[in-house]
Ligand binder design. Sequence first.
Ligand SMILES: O=C(O)CCC(=O)C(=O)O
Ligand SMILES: [Fe+2]
Length: 214
Amino acid sequence: MELFPRPRTEIAPGAVHVPGWLSPQRQRQLVAACREWARPPAGLRAARLPSGAQMSVRTVCLGWHWYPYRYSKTVDDGDGAPVKPLPDWLAELGRRAVAETCPEALPYEPDIALVNFYDAEARMGMHQDRDELSRAPVVSLSLGDECVFRFGNTENRKQPYTDVELRSGDVFVFGGPSRIAYHGVPKTLPGTADPTLGMSSGRLNITLRESGMR
Ligand SMILES: O=C(O)CCC(=O)C(=O)O
Ligand SMILES: [Fe+2]
């Protein structure tokens, strides 16, 4: 229980942070599921950017495999295996998040999940999520260690932006005028996770998206 419950906040038009949205039981279920998804084939790996640099975040994809800067049904930049399916229960969870934060975006049929794992050193630079054809909202679920999530503007990586603390169980939905806002994770706060969650260390983030592709 939070001594001072964190309020639901609209960070920018169309960008809503709902703290503590996932029950502890649901968080444990998601952590266990991520552990399964991370296994090969088509398991967890660090994507390589066009510059040649490897991302510090490791990712496993469901539904469609993302690599800089496109989607595929197979892991073209890795073992070549078919991407794992996105389970209906996870799409349903995304739908519930949209229904509670931006019902005008319904119906919502996410067919992509990117599962990101951050160790203590991992970060994600400011970027836009714009490899999807659909402009339906992105639903972001956080598990494990807290992080600083930087949510910016649609023009560039710089100010104005807002730093939001995302904790395990929080949902952050961005759509509408904020759908292609720049965002990133400048740092995580190692050691802040609840030990009963089933993760010894690190942070997991799941983003659900609609591809607009067939
Ligand atoms: O880890 C996060 O909270 C954000 C992840 C993200 O922006 C992405 O996967 O595109
Ligand atoms: Fe993103």
